[in-house]
Write a protein that binds this ligand. Structure first.
Ligand SMILES: Nc1ncnc2c1ncn2[C@@H]1O[C@H](COP(=O)(O)OP(=O)(O)OP(=O)(O)O)[C@@H](O)[C@H]1O
Ligand SMILES: [Mg+2]
Length: 350
């Protein structure tokens, strides 16, 4: 499942995504953490001391392009590939738990978590559109990532409406919007909801820094059925700020309950690969028309492979990838007669 954390600056996106990621890992389930914010704080919040060793994805998007284009005949070189180029027949899809050159280069693994980062601004990027190309690397990666049930990719997103400039915000099964009990924070929620609702984004409100019933109803009254759960002011989080990443068992019971509710909601989502692919194509066409065709001097819409069926490919590739990774693949028929795939082994913990 692909999950995003969005919300106003300072609302607690990084804090809550870090807790959520650690909560998933503590259950023993595979999880990739992606820091897509400009200010890279997620690795630190996860307790990763060597965040400086992370190779930012945005700085070397070509590496990702080269890998995922595989032998797709519609993409003769990475030079004509853009962040929204969708997979087609011959493309390489990426699974959550496999080993591949992308993870080898861009991810650090620790405590059962794979961490990746879009990358911070470099000095000379300021004032240019480079930041979009940095989250573009994340978009490209997610477009080729075939996660299955009980496998998680959690992205800590940049705040603000500029994320709508790309298709990144449509790549998630669930988008958690972290909302503080303030009008400003609710304003960001309203704005996000307005935009995202045109794209069928599943948006759920996670209230944060809630002190008492009044704070809670202040949020609940304004978000209606989008409300999911709430975090109170946390001593544990205050300790995190001091560099002390305590054991998860030390997190307040009410806040653990909130994490549990969030994971349950995620697990209830149904994968819709057709929609996922259709929206990838939609944003690719938008990008083609608005800048890419003119800039590259070629019609990148021809990269869309009409014969490609994402859902079928996902099924076939997941089988292949896991078998080739020497994981044991177990196929079961569900009560509805559908095939369900299980793997006996996640990736090893570092
Ligand atoms: N539940 C909480 N209890 C106490 N402090 C909290 C809580 N949630 C977040 N904070 C504090 O609020 C501040 C902002 O949190 P955080 O950095 O997670 O927000 P953010 O939305 O990721 O911000 P940015 O937009 O800058 O990336 C931090 O100092 C954090 O420790
Ligand atoms: Mg943050």
């Amino acid at each position: 499942m692909k999950i995003a954390f969005v919300g106003k600056g300072g609302s607690g996106k990084t804090t809550i995504s870090a807790l959520f990621i650690r909560y998933i890992a503590s259950i023993g389930l595979p999880v990739i953490a992606i820091d897509a914010d400009i200010n890279q704080h997620l690795p630190e919040a996860l307790g990763e001391k060597q965040a400086g060793r992370l190779n930012p994805m945005g700085a070397e998007i070509t590496r990702i392009k080269e890998y995922v284009r595989g032998s797709n005949p519609r993409i003769p070189s990475s030079d004509v590939m853009i962040k929204t180029t969708p997979p087609g027949n011959g493309s390489r899809l990426i699974t959550v738990t496999e080993q591949n050159p992308i993870y080898d280069y861009f991810a650090l693994s620790f405590n059962g978590i794979r961490v990746m980062a879009a990358g911070p601004y470099a000095e000379d990027d300021l004032g240019t559109k480079c930041y979009h190309s940095k989250t573009g690397a994340v978009e490209l990666f997610l477009n080729h990532l075939i996660d299955r049930e009980r496998e998680y990719v959690v992205t800590d997103m940049t705040a603000g409406a500029d994320s709508f400039a790309s298709g990144l915000f449509t790549r998630f099964d669930v988008t958690f919007i972290v909302v503080e009990p303030t009008l400003k924070s609710l304003g960001v929620y309203q704005q996000y909801k307005h935009y995202a609702s045109n794209y069928g984004v599943t948006l759920k409100v996670v209230a944060n820094k809630v002190e008492g019933a009044e704070d809670l109803s202040f949020i609940k009254d304004r978000v209606g059925s989008d409300y999911l759960t709430a975090f109170g002011l946390s001593r544990y989080v205050r300790q995190m700020e001091k560099g002390v990443i305590g054991d998860l068992s030390e997190v307040e019971a009410e806040n653990i309950a909130a994490l549990e509710t969030m994971l349950k909601l995620v697990d209830e989502q149904k994968k819709d690969w057709h929609k996922f692919y259709r929206q990838a194509v939609e944003f690719h066409i938008k990008n083609a028309e608005s800048w890419a065709n003119a800039q590259l001097g070629t019609n990148v819409v021809s990269q869309i492979d009409p014969a490609f069926n994402m859902e079928d490919t996902v099924k076939a590739q997941v089988k292949l990838a896991f078998v080739s990774n020497n994981n044991k693949l177990i196929s079961e028929q569900t009560s509805k007669g559908k095939e369900k795939l299980y793997v006996t082994d996640g990736y090893s913990r570092a």
